[in-house]
Design a protein. Structure first.
Length: 449
């Protein structure tokens, strides 16, 4: 039973990522609906019943706040299904893990094999602008129906996948409602993945159609906001706000025991390791191992890791200094974060990463553990520095990274690399604050009269 007053306005949150899907974006949406409901909104979430590509965990359904109505619809994703089928076939052809000797590296990424094979062209043709584009027609239908049932409603669409925004944009041709488009990650600006000229031109046109058709825009970092305004000059700056992904401090569990075997390391990393993300760390680690193997740090990685990185660690004889611990639950990861000796933040080098802030940084901030941020200059580095939560080192100079890492680890082992007490700068990244600002933006977007 909702505690929202009878006069509360209706808010429809449209998001592909919501429990039981496992994704970093899920926690932003769960936190926002929790605190927006407390501010008087009568909330319905429109999401998918199941995803063809994303992992699910039914235990995460417990994260959905009480009083939130959830409507689940099917998503037609033929490209994703083809990709899964090709991936399964290639994995079977390559042999299972049990076919390889213990400790041997995994074979080539089956996802790349699938895209490089005969299925690739068909998968790409059915994945424009993304694999989940088949959900957009359902979004258009259900958003329009909701708005007709609830005059004066506001829609908050949150992406990726960015085709979700397209569905809401189509719905505007059939119903009147306020619309706030939330970009948890950039679409075309700033560009992070290469696209062909015709591909990019069409996707720019789609993004422009969305940006100029909604009432308000939310970017998740200052850099992403600036990139949007630079790429789309007709976009009114007063309509574009920055709301970081933030962290719901109410969800922080007790710290794991200090003697938990999983934390027998100097540094812990949580989350998926994307291709290229570990390169600068490995370059520096090789230098430190060559100097003094006993002084070199031991890293535990909790999350999904690509076969290429596993193979490189094995081939470079670094397995005694890096352990891949597998995927752990969100609650378990938070508990381990709080007890870790220090935490590692990684981003590949390059200007395209300057506006990226990994979602894991926000819970990192509230653990009180020192952070070693191996990230290029940009938004992520700024957050670590302004909150005085750790040390920032830019990738690019392996010798410099090695020196800074060695000094950081020495302080960790002595117990002197302790973060400063959490202050106002850190509190700015709490989810209740983010929701307060989103509430104001939704209020501005609400239809009048």
């Amino acid at each position: 039973m909702s505690n929202a007053p009878e006069t509360a306005r209706h808010l429809l949150v449209v998001t592909y990522h919501f429990p039981p899907i496992q994704s970093a974006g899920v926690y932003r949406l769960v936190g926002l609906v929790k605190y927006l409901r407390e501010r008087g909104w009568r909330i319905t979430v429109l999401t998918v019943r199941r995803s063809s590509l994303e992992a699910s965990d039914d235990a995460s359904l417990e994260l959905i706040p009480e009083g939130i109505s959830v409507v689940r619809t099917d998503s037609i994703e033929p490209a994703a299904r083809l990709l899964r089928a090709a991936e399964a076939r290639n994995t079977a052809a390559a042999g299972t893990t049990s076919d390889r000797p213990t400790g041997a590296p995994a074979r080539r990424n089956p996802l790349r094999r699938a895209l490089a094979g005969p299925w690739g062209a068909l998968v790409r043709a059915l994945s424009y602008p993304d694999h989940q584009v088949g959900w957009a027609p359902r979004v258009a239908r259900d958003v329009a129906a909701f708005a007709r049932r609830h005059p004066g409603a506001v829609v908050l669409s949150s992406t990726p996948p960015h085709s979700t925004h397209l569905g809401v944009r189509v719905a505007r041709a059939f119903a009147r409602f306020g619309w706030v488009a939330d970009f948890r990650d950039p679409w075309t600006s700033p560009l992070r993945q290469p696209k062909g000229k015709s591909n990019l031109a069409f996707q720019l046109a789609l993004e422009r159609w969305v940006l100029l058709g909604c009432d308000r825009v939310i970017a998740n970092t200052n850099g992403n906001r600036e990139a949007l305004l630079a790429a789309f000059p007709r976009l009114d700056p007063s309509r574009v706000s920055v709301i970081p992904n933030a962290f719901d401090t109410d969800t922080m569990p007790e710290a794991a025991p200090a003697d938990d075997p999983a934390l027998a390391c100097d540094i812990a990393y949580f989350g998926e390791v994307y291709p290229g993300m570990l390169d600068a760390y490995l370059d520096a680690l090789r230098i430190l191992v060559a100097r003094d193997p006993h002084a070199a740090p031991r890293l535990h990685v909790f999350g999904r890791v690509g076969a290429g990185d596993v193979r490189r660690v094995h081939d470079q004889a670094l397995s005694s200094h890096i352990a891949f611990m597998g995927i752990v639950s969100y609650a378990r990861s938070l508990s381990l974060m709080r007890a870790a000796r220090s935490l590692l933040l990684l981003l590949p080098d390059g200007e395209s990463m300057a506006t990226c802030v990994p979602s894991k940084l926000y819970p990192y901030l509230f653990t009180g553990r020192p952070i070693f941020a191996l990230v290029p200059p940009g938004d992520a580095a700024r957050v670590v520095e302004e909150t005085a939560s750790g040390e920032v080192v830019a990738p690019g100079d392996p010798a410099l990274v090695a020196d800074r890492m060695a000094a950081f680890v020495a302080r960790v082992r002595k117990g002197t690399a302790v973060s400063l007490p959490r202050g106002e700068a850190t509190a700015a990244y709490a989810m209740d604050r983010a929701a307060r600002r989103v509430h104001d933006i939704l209020d501005e977007a609400a239809p009048r009269g």
